[in-house]
Ligand binder design. Structure first.
Ligand SMILES: Cc1ncc(COP(=O)(O)O)c(C=O)c1O
Length: 398
């Protein structure tokens, strides 16, 4: 099929829930993507925080190839090794004691919501099952996820949503205290609200949430689907805060490009869950788990992790300089590690096109945040390239 035919067929056959630019991506190598016309793009989107190791990482590809040839799927009715290896790596390198496997971010979030309610409904004489989420959050597109997402645009037309959910303001403890009831069983939070515009939780805020959860016997749940797996520097974003949850959801980058979702939990949560309470046919898929083991082994190298932070700090410094030079066009630089946002005066989508015209792919986060999510293997020279292009775009008055 020719490029134009593919684009026309996409419009004809695929439900139009996405607006896509007019090119067709064909292959990737390192931090670059190539389209069917032979154009090369520097990728600062990483498949929306998925391709942490870029495209074609040798070890990930080899792990997938080996597993595909051996065993692709048997369901959770049987033992397989890759999921056990991955679970062991995750438990040994996190706060958690137990793992539930599924296939995407939203699925891991749904599992977390069910586990919170099962815990709250069974642990107390008077059941607790209300959930406290945050305004401006994002947790995915299935019903539990949109119901706990604090952005009305994701609810519109899909009502009625799940009952028993309250919303407080992010980084505002008074608002949290006002919304907690005797029936609240869990506080659900992204350490960095990514889709909502890259808002970083303050240390004090997360510390207080932990304290409140301990005092009032509630679970603290972190959504690290976008910011986990080294994206902010440490393996898990919350490690930098030294504040640990009872449940955490992880997906995106973990599978190295294959779909996987994981709900990690402490033993006291696991104790509330019985055989048959939750399931996923494809969960713990051997190929996805083998890929995730290869990804995690790379991320567990302390040198690799240190470099993410250093490169992130360098990127932030360079963006801050741009902000100082163009204060009327950029009002703020947000983020940590290699999830960074520039708050722009003009609509962020304008910048998407301006960068794309210069063969660079970037993302947005809300109306006015230009979002940079390079592969974690990105070199400083590529960061320079992107900032220099941003500089040129801003100099032209955008
Ligand atoms: C914080 C967060 N939670 C949940 C999700 C949903 O993940 P998925 O698209 O894999 O269902 C996303 C996706 O962007 C996310 O950023």
């Amino acid at each position: 099929m020719r490029t134009e035919e593919i684009i026309q067929a996409e419009k004809k056959y695929i439900l139009q829930t996405y607006g896509r630019p007019e090119f067709v991506l064909e292959r990737g190598n390192g931090v670059y993507l190539f389209d069917t016309e032979g154009n090369r793009y520097l990728d600062f989107v990483s498949g929306l925080a998925v391709n942490a190791l870029g495209y074609g990482d040798y070890d990930v590809v080899r792990a997938i190839e080996e597993q595909v040839g051996m065993l692709m799927h048997v369901s959770n009715l049987y033992h397989t090794m890759p999921s056990v290896k991955l679970a062991e790596l995750l438990v040994e390198n996190s706060f958690s004691n137990r793992i539930f496997f599924c296939n995407s971010g939203t699925e891991s979030w749904e599992a977390a919501l069910k586990f919170c309610r099962k815990w709250g409904n069974t642990k107390f004489e008077i059941p607790k099952n209300r959930l406290l989420a945050f305004n401006n959050s994002f947790h995915g597109r299935t019903y539990g996820s949109i119901s706990t997402t604090g952005q009305p645009k994701y609810h519109k037309g899909f009502e009625p949503l799940l009952p028993g959910i309250d919303f407080a303001d992010f980084n505002d403890i008074d608002s949290v205290m006002n919304k907690i009831t005797d029936e609240t069983c869990a506080i659900l939070v992204e350490p960095i609200q990514a889709e909502g515009g890259i808002h970083v939780a303050s240390n004090e805020f997360l510390r207080k949430l932990r304290d409140i959860c301990d005092e009032r016997e509630m679970l603290l749940v972190f959504d690290e689907i976008q910011v986990g797996c080294g994206r902010t520097g440490p393996l898990w974003a919350h490690e930098e805060y030294e504040i640990y949850p009872d449940i955490m959801t992880v997906a995106k980058a973990l599978g190295g490009g294959l779909p996987i979702g994981v709900t990690l939990m402490r033993q006291h949560v696991a104790d509330a869950i019985e055989a048959g309470d939750h399931a996923a046919t494809f969960g713990a898929n051997p190929v996805a788990c083998a890929a995730a083991v290869a990804v995690l082994q790379k991320l567990l190298n302390p040198e690799f992790i240190n470099e993410i932070k250093e490169k992130g700090n360098y990127f932030i410094e360079r963006l801050e300089t741009l902000k100082q030079r163009f204060p009327t066009q950029i009002s703020e630089i947000r983020g940590r590690g290699l999830i960074l946002g520039a708050v722009t005066k003009k609509p962020a989508s304008d910048f998407l096109t301006l960068f794309r015209d210069r063969d660079i792919l970037i993302a947005t986060a809300g109306e006015n945040v230009v979002r940079f999510l390079p592969p974690l293997v990105v070199e400083r020279s590529r960061i320079d390239e992107v900032v220099d292009v941003f500089d040129e775009i801003l100099r032209q008055g955008h």
